[in-house]
Structures are given as C-alpha cells and as structure tokens.
Design a protein around this ligand. Structure first.
Ligand code: AMP
Length: 216
C-alpha cells in the first residue's frame, strides 16, 4: 500500500467543507482543509497564522510556499498508507505541480478530483448566509440550515458568527480569485483523466451519495 488521495475542487461556497465532513464520517479518509489549518494557525498566533491572516482577510490566496509547508508537514503525520481528502488544496497550478512531484517522490496516488459545480448565485447565497459556531466550529445557514434558536449553536449553545472573509466584498473577491487562479486546475486534471464533475447545487445528501457512488 501507499498514500492515496482525492481532491475536492470548487468555488467558494461549492460545499467542499460540507462534503468533506460527510465523506470523512463514512470513510477512512483524513480530511485536510488548508483553510481550517490556516484558521487554526491564526487562532494559535503562530508565524504562519500571522502571515496568512493578512491575505485571508482580503480574500486573496496565501502564498504557495506557506501552503506547501503546512501540507507537507501534514503528510508526515498520516503514515505510509494514509488516505487523504484535500479540501481547498491545491488552489494554483504551482501547488498542483508541486503536489504531483511530491506524490511521485513518495509513490503516492491521486485517484479522483471532484469538481463541485455550482452557479455563482448559489455560491453567493451560501456564503452570505453561512454562520459558524465560535465555540465548536459547527456550520449553519440562516435559511438552509437554520439553528433552532437564532444566533445560538444547536450542538453546544455557543454563539454563531460570520467568518471574517464572508463579508459581501470579500466573497466577491474570493470568487474572482477562484476564476483567475484556481479554475485553471479543471483543465489540468481533465487532461490527466482525473476530473469528475459533480452537481453540488442540490440537497447535501444527494451530492454526498453521488460522490460516494463514484468512490466505490
Ligand atoms: P477556505 O476555508 O478553503 O475557504 O479558505 C479560506 C482562505 O484560506 C482562502 O480564501 C485563502 O485565503 C486561504 N487558503 C486556503 N487554502 C489555500 C490554498 N490552497 N492556497 C492559498 N490560499 C489558501
């Protein structure tokens, strides 16, 4: 056996994190979200967190070398037979190429790249209404996944808030950054026969079932 991995690719609001959580619960995949790792670094006040925060607040991408460093460190922790599910990585061609080189070096295999397809309108609606529990990190949405009591987490009673980069202006910037810097990865993985398009605009469980079927 060797390391195996899948990638969840998609615009902000496409549901990468939501899908990753569901797939993780039903499989042995280790969920690697570079966004979550960066937010943890910011909360912990590490040098990586301090560097990343400036970019994240603007909706810009964090430099490739910072991202590669944290991803490589993560690969060291999973062991030689780990199954990884990357969420939000790679986001640039340079990240994809370096990931390929590293996988070749380790004899690791990338088996699927799922492109979660949604319209711009769906992305805007999902991100604009997203609310996160400050205490346990659970995700809600003011209309689609409303908490029982407004502003309060169903799981732990913590306070719900918006992610700092979910303001209207930053959402628009992140969507633009996706088109400019990440959308090119679709052709990159299509050429290599790895890309699978998944309609991610419907109910969560339908999209999860679609991905699980393709993974079997
Ligand atoms: P996410 O949680 O995936 O929406 O990511 C939130 C923010 O973290 C992004 O807008 C970027 O600023 C940063 N980020 C996450 N993953 C990457 C990556 N692979 N490359 C560059 N920046 C990233």
């Amino acid at each position: 056996m060797s390391i195996q991995a899948i990638v969840l690719l998609g615009a902000p609001g496409a549901g990468k994190g939501t899908m990753a959580e569901a797939i993780r619960g039903a499989t042995a995949f280790i969920h690697v979200s570079t966004g979550d790792m960066l937010r943890e670094a910011i909360n912990a006040g590490t040098p990586v967190g301090r560097e990343a925060e400036v970019f994240m607040r603007q909706g810009a991408l964090v430099p490739d070398e910072v991202i590669l460093k944290i991803v490589m460190a993560r690969l060291e922790q999973g062991g030689p037979d780990a199954l990884y599910m990357f969420d939000g990585f790679p986001r640039t061609l340079e990240q994809a190429r370096l990931m390929d080189a590293e996988f070749t070096r380790r004899g690791a295999k990338l088996s699927h790249v799922f492109l979660l397809d949604v319209s711009r309108a769906v992305s805007l609606e999902r991100l604009g209404g997203r609310r996160i529990c400050r205490r346990c990190g659970a995700n809600f949405h003011v209309r689609n996944i409303p908490p029982k009591k407004a502003g309060i987490c169903d799981n732990c009673g913590g306070e719900l808030s918006q992610r700092p980069d979910d303001s209207r202006a930053t959402i628009l910037k992140r969507l633009e950054v996706f088109q400019q810097q990440t959308a090119g990865l679709v052709a990159y993985y299509e050429k290599r026969g790895l890309l699978q398009r998944v309609d991610s605009s419907g109910p969560r469980d339908e999209t999860v079932a679609d991905i699980m079927k393709r993974l079997q």
